[in-house]
Write a new protein. Structure first.
Length: 232
């Protein structure tokens, strides 16, 4: 199966304008939604934009078809294109509300999923150009998140969490996607730290195993440090 040879850059950090938002990213099942809800309860008033929407029938159909891997050229590509456009709209429309918005994952992570999901080089090349253009528009027109929280963990934690939450589409298709999951996990944290540097986003890497209360306290401290620095 042919893959793109595109390499992830390791650029220097650069400052950009800030939006009124933070993002929680990280590997599937590492507790992004749980932390988002805890931060939402800590920062009042605030808004949360979750990654998954049970009412979005198209999203759930494409997710299921992608995991089934019966026609990955079609459904893997459609899934990634749908997500990148959907996340673009979500970020653009919510990142500068009066109250803080907390995003459960964002468009900045989508490239890695697409790189693992889109098998056809010509389709990935199109996706890559689309993703780059959208991200640049978000950065320069709407601003980057105040903080990108990256949840980090290992394979044992991933398997434990994915079976604990027991989503049928993930469990029933686990064996078909084990290589995909391992590839994402291997690259996730280093990829995200490089993306944050590339787009000038302040980031914080947290151990996904630690209690959510500890993560919330660490995020609060980091946001206060960034606010103090901004005020100078």
């Amino acid at each position: 199966m042919q893959k793109s040879n595109k390499q992830v850059k390791t650029p220097e950090f650069k400052k950009n304008r800030l939006s009124n938002s933070i993002v929680i990213g990280g590997m599937i099942a590492f507790g992004k939604s749980t932390l988002a809800q805890a931060l939402h309860e800590t920062y009042k008033p605030s808004n949360v934009v979750y990654e998954m929407n049970d009412d979005d029938q198209l999203m759930n159909l494409l997710l299921a078809k992608m995991y089934e891997r019966e026609n990955n050229v079609l459904f893997g590509s459609l899934f990634q294109l749908y997500f990148v456009l959907n996340r673009f709209s979500n970020y653009k429309n919510n990142c500068n509300q009066k109250d803080l918005t907390i995003f459960d994952r964002s468009i900045f992570e989508d490239w890695l999923f697409a790189h693992a999901n889109i098998d056809k080089p010509s389709v990935f090349s199109y996706y890559d150009g689309l993703w780059q253009g959208i991200c640049k528009e978000l950065v320069y027109e709407h601003g980057v998140p105040k903080l990108y929280i990256i949840l980090d963990g290992d394979w044992e934690l991933f398997k434990e969490r994915i079976y604990k939450r027991n989503r049928a589409v993930e469990i029933e298709n686990f064996d078909k996607n084990e290589t995909y999951f391992k590839r994402l996990l291997e690259l996730y944290t280093s990829y995200m730290t490089n993306v944050c540097k590339d787009f000038g986003i302040n980031y914080l890497v947290l151990d996904a195993r630690q209690p959510v209360e500890v993560s919330v306290a660490t995020v609060q401290k980091k946001l206060q440090e960034l606010a103090d620095e901004q005020a100078k």
